[in-house]
Design a protein. Structure first.
Ligand code: HEC
Ligand code: HEC
Ligand code: HEC
Length: 260
């Protein structure tokens, strides 16, 4: 496995031992980690029986699977005849690209700044997953299913590892980490990789890239009324007066470009 992730793994192992010695799993267990897409799929699709909801379209999974090329991000690395570019890169670089942290940092969820997910081998095939953008879900998967979640402030969600992708700045940080690079996360395209044939990353523009994903969410206007709307607005748009509840929210804020 690549050097970049080795120190993180050593650190994680050392921490795990310390936690065990200190008998303090309640402190140590809080570091968010990736768990994979399997659970998300059960609920976030139109044939779910687990969720009935007035907030989301419940087509998130279908859109990601059918129309969003992020789900191919790992598949394009696997050694097989049709993956000519990946095969060529493995030969030129001298390592198996579908197993190496230098590629899997962007093409799956193997980040240099986090311990590798224990079940990484069984979840890597999902590529750039729900969690790549929404954040590692070990700490928020449970609480986020509740109605009360609508009144939580984005900072509280972030503390559990859920990225506030409604904030254009946070969204940009997530997108840019793979489409430009992020050194601490181990997401770097080197000259060597370009020489081996990696496509040039096209300049990223947030709005058009978002539209092309395509969006699997509904902005505020599209959602219409929903339970605890007022609490949701107060938590997410504190600058505005919740008593007026943004009944007629400015178009820019209600679009998918602003906080939506
Ligand atoms: C048992 C069902 C269930 C599972 C499993 C589940 N979700 Fe959800 N999710 C929900 C429900 C219900 C809501 C809406 C909560 C509400 O009513 O506001 C939701 C909301 C969300 C939201 C919007 C949160 C917000 O703050 O507005 C995101 C993003 C999300 N889920 C992603 C995921 C991801 C990623 C996974 C897998 C790691 C996942 N969910 C697993 C049921 C589920
Ligand atoms: C900084 C993040 C990053 C790293 C690191 C990275 N890639 Fe990529 N890679 C991307 C992005 C983003 C694209 C899609 C480019 C586009 O928009 O066309 C891509 C595209 C590709 C494609 C083309 C897929 C297709 O069919 O169009 C291959 C093959 C590929 N990468 C292989 C690799 C290999 C092998 C490595 C490691 C040696 C690697 N990548 C490292 C971000 C990365
Ligand atoms: C490439 C990044 C990316 C990936 C991958 C991704 N999402 Fe999202 N998701 C977003 C963004 C950005 C938003 C919200 C933007 C907004 O509301 O303005 C969002 C919004 C959502 C919402 C809120 C829906 C609503 O109507 O408010 C849910 C639920 C959700 N995503 C679930 C998922 C699930 C489940 C997956 C995997 C099948 C997934 N997402 C994969 C970026 C991503």
């Amino acid at each position: 496995m690549h050097d970049l992730i080795r120190p993180t793994r050593l650190l994680a192992n050392a921490l795990a031992v310390c936690c065990w010695l200190a008998n303090a799993p309640f402190v140590c267990g809080e570091t968010p980690s990736f768990v994979g897409n399997r659970d998300c799929i059960l609920c976030h699709s139109s044939d779910t029986v687990a969720v009935k909801n007035d907030f989301m379209a419940l087509r998130e999974v279908e859109l990601w699977y059918e129309d969003d090329i992020h789900n191919d991000a790992y598949a394009v690395l696997v050694p097989k005849p049709e993956n000519e570019l990946a095969n060529q890169m493995s030969r030129a670089l001298g390592y198996a690209v579908h197993e190496d942290g230098r590629c899997l940092s962007c093409h799956a969820n193997l980040r240099a700044d986090m311990a590798p997910p224990p079940n990484f081998d069984s979840i890597k095939e999902y590529g750039v997953t729900c969690e790549s953008c929404h954040g590692p879900s070990s700490e928020w998967e449970d609480p986020h299913k509740t109605l009360a979640w609508r009144g939580k402030r984005p900072q509280e969600k972030e503390a559990l590892g859920m990225v506030d992708v409604r904030d254009p700045v946070r969204r940009a940080q997530q997108y840019f980490s793979c489409h430009i690079g992020n050194e601490p996360q181990g997401k770097l395209i080197t000259h060597e990789m370009y020489a081996a044939g990696h496509p040039l990353l096209p300049p990223i523009e947030l709005v058009s890239f978002t539209e092309r994903m395509p969006p699997h969410w509904r902005n505020l206007r599209e959602k219409g009324d929903f339970l605890l709307r007022r609490e949701f607005l107060a938590a997410n748009y504190p600058a505005w007066d919740a008593s007026e509840a943004l009944q007629d929210m400015p178009a820019v804020a209600a679009s998918s470009w602003g906080r939506s």
